[in-house]
Design a protein around this ligand. Structure first.
Ligand SMILES: Nc1nc2c(ncn2[C@@H]2O[C@H](COP(=O)(O)OP(=O)(O)O)[C@@H](O)[C@H]2O)c(=O)[nH]1
Ligand SMILES: [Mg+2]
Length: 302
C-alpha cells in the first residue's frame, strides 16, 4: 500500500539524517525526492509544495548534521501533508440529514466517475455506513447504460438489505433517479444514493446525461469516485468532472491496492475538492471516514 511514496518519504528522511548537509547536498536530496514523488504519480504542483515545505523546514534548522533531527524532518513532512490533504467531515452530511428529516425530504447524493473506478461498490459501502449511523437509505440504479450494471447494484444492494430502484436498460437515468427520490419521500427514507454510468472525458453524451440527472433531482451533494490506481489520470479526470458537473467530495477507492500512492496525496490538493472517504478493500466495511489520518499512518507519519 502506497509503497512508492512511502519509499520516497522514508528515503528523504534517511538521507537527510545521515548526510552532512551542505547547501548543494540538500538541494540534490530535495531534487531526488521531487522526482521520486512525481514518479509515484504525485501531481507536479503537489510535489512542488511538499518539497518547498521541506526546504523551508530545513532552512529553519541550524544544525548541519541532521542525525538528531530525524523527528524534525518527519514533522516537516507531516505538516506539509496535513496542509495538502483536504478532507471533509462526514458529520456535515449527517447534519444535513437531520435538517431534511424535519422537512420530510431525503438527502440526495449523486455518484459520478469513470468506468470501473469503484462507484457501484462505493455506493453500497456508503449506504451501509449511513445505516450503521442510524439512517435509512435507498439506492437508484441510474446506470442504465452498461450491460450488467442494473443487476450488479440489485444483487449487491439487496444482499445488503437495501431497496434498489431500477428500470430497464436504455431508460432515462434521470427518470430512475426521480422515481427513487419520490419513493424516498413517500417512505420517509433519509438518503437516496444514485449510481450512474461511467463517464470519460470524450463522452459528451454521457456528460450531458449526468447534467440532466443533476437538473432533475437537484442533489444535495455530488461525489466523485476515483480509482487510486489510476494515479494522475484519476486526478485529471476528477478535475474534468469538477468543471463539468461540480463536485462536493471525492472518494478514492482501491487505496488498499495502490502501489504508488501519488493520487492519495494529490487529488484533494490538485482539484480543491475534499476527500470524504477512502475505499480500502472489496467488502462493504472497507471504507475509512478519516482519509488524512489513514494516509499519514500508512506513511508512518501519523
Ligand atoms: N481492492 C479494492 N477493490 C475495489 C474497491 N472498490 C471497488 N473495488 C473493485 O473495483 C471493481 C470495479 O468496481 P465497481 O464498483 O463495479 O466500479 P464502477 O464501474 O465505477 O461502478 C470491482 O471489482 C470492485 O470490487 C476498493 O476499495 N478496493
Ligand atoms: Mg457501476
Amino acid at each position: 500500500m502506497l509503497k512508492g511514496i512511502s519509499k520516497a518519504f522514508a528515503g528523504v528522511v534517511d538521507r537527510i539524517a545521515s548526510t552532512q548537509l551542505s547547501a548543494d547536498e540538500s538541494e540534490r536530496i530535495l531534487s531526488d525526492f521531487y522526482y521520486q514523488l512525481v514518479a509515484s504519480d504525485v501531481a507536479v504542483e503537489t510535489a512542488e509544495v511538499v518539497v518547498a515545505n521541506l526546504r523551508e523546514g530545513l532552512q529553519s534548522v541550524k544544525v548541519p548534521r541532521f542525525s538528531s533531527n530525524r523527528e524534525a524532518v518527519k514533522d516537516f513532512l507531516k505538516k506539509a501533508l496535513e496542509q495538502l490533504i483536504k478532507t471533509a467531515d462526514v458529520e456535515q452530511i449527517v447534519k444535513r440529514a437531520e435538517e431534511k428529516k424535519k422537512q420530510g425530504r431525503p438527502v440526495v447524493i449523486l455518484f459520478v466517475g469513470p468506468n470501473g473506478s469503484g462507484k457501484t461498490t462505493t455506493v453500497v459501502k456508503i449506504a451501509s455506513y449511513l445505516r450503521r449511523r442510524g439512517y435509512t437509505v435507498i439506492l437508484a440504479s441510474s446506470d442504465t447504460f452498461r450491460a450488467g450494471a442494473i443487476e450488479q447494484l440489485e444483487i449487491l444492494g439487496s444482499k445488503a438489505g437495501f431497496l434498489v430502484v431500477s428500470q430497464h436498460y436504455g431508460a432515462d437515468p434521470a427518470s430512475v433517479a426521480f422515481d427513487a427520490v419520490n419513493k424516498a419521500v413517500a417512505m420517509r427514507v433519509n438518503f437516496v444514493l444514485i449510481d450512474t454510468a461511467g463517464r470519460t472525458e470524450v463522452d459528451r453524451g454521457l456528460l450531458e446525461e449526468m447534467r440532466k440527472i443533476k437538473r432533475v433531482v437537484n442533489p444535495d451533494y455530488v461525489i466523485y469516485t476515483g480509482d487510486a490506481l489510476a494515479g494522475n489520470v484519476a486526478v485529471n479526470q476528477a478535475r474534468m468532472f469538477h468543471e463539468v458537473v461540480g463536485l462536493d467530495f471525492v472518494v478514492l477507492a482501491k487505496f488498499d491496492a495502490d502501489a504508488k500512492g501519488g493520487s492519495t496525496i494529490s487529488i484533494s490538493h490538485a482539484t480543491n475538492v475534499p476527500l470524504l472517504f477512502l475505499g480500502t478493500g472489496q467488502s462493504l466495511e472497507d471504507l475509512d471516514d478519516n482519509p488524512r489520518r489513514r494516509i499519514l499512518e500508512t506513511l508512518s507519519l501519523g
